[in-house]
Design a protein around this ligand. Structure first.
Ligand code: URA
Length: 235
């Protein structure tokens, strides 16, 4: 959020009108970051601690929940140190400060949620909730029944063993195959590492669902707000 004049900020927080807010400042009833402010001209953002009569105020942020069909070539963060495109660049016209819930790799496409609701993001990404995530991948070769069993039994990847996952072959091609992968964890590059571990590296990867929320008809690069019942369903 850009900095704004203190009296405007106080007004936007719903404390008082802009004129009344100026009076509050002149009367010495406002503090910014613990320091009393009684003249005009100070600018603040929501990162500053603003108090009126000793009570902290903040902009009442509407909670927003967005699903995006992420294209390959976007990074799942708000800002990137290498100036690459971020998923937030794709969400135009939303004034709330949203951020991605979990992440998809730069070279992975598909369903990504964004929100400004920290509790929602925490619940969805916390390992204890074991939220099911469904991917469609093209992999080298054709996984066999041993590979499917390895997914079910757990695979050793670096220093951990994966929890039971599903692998289904959907279509066999000449030298590759389309598979469906369902996992309940969200470790870094997990699907790619699991497919590497069974000797069938990923060629392309797309997430099609989180829990029972599916991408369905949302075109690549497009986003939409979640419906009330979808937010509830994700819990
Ligand atoms: N697993 C991966 O390997 N990559 C992703 O982006 C998501 C899951």
């Amino acid at each position: 959020m850009d900095k704004m004049r203190l009296q405007k900020y106080i007004a936007e927080c719903g404390v008082a009108s802009r004129r009344k807010s100026e009076e509050l400042i002149k009367q010495g009833r406002v503090k910014v970051n613990g320091i009393p402010v009684s003249e005009m001209g100070v600018k603040v953002s929501d990162e500053d601690v603003v108090e009126v009569d000793g009570r902290r105020i903040s902009l009442e942020q509407k909670k927003v929940y967005i699903m995006l069909n992420k294209p390959v070539g976007y990074i799942s963060s708000v800002r990137d140190q290498f100036s690459r495109n971020t998923v937030v660049d794709l969400i135009k016209g939303v004034k709330e400060r949203i951020y991605p819930v979990g992440r998809l790799d730069y070279d992975t496409s598909g369903l990504l949620l964004l929100t400004n609701d920290g509790d929602f993001a925490f619940r969805l990404t916390h390992p204890k909730h074991e939220m099911k995530k469904t991917y469609i991948a093209e992999v080298e070769g054709v996984p066999d029944s041993n590979d499917i069993e390895s997914f079910q039994n757990g695979l050793r990847i670096e220093d951990y063993v994966t929890s039971p996952a599903e692998l289904t072959v959907l279509e066999k091609k000449k030298s590759s195959s389309m598979v469906k992968v369902v996992i309940h964890e969200g470790k870094n590059r997990q699907v790619r590492k699991m497919c590497d571990a069974i000797g069938h590296p990923v060629i392309s990867l797309k997430r099609i669902a989180i829990g029972d929320l599916y991408l369905k008809g949302l075109p690549e690069g497009q986003w939409r707000y979640l419906k009330e019942e979808e937010i509830k369903m994700l819990g």
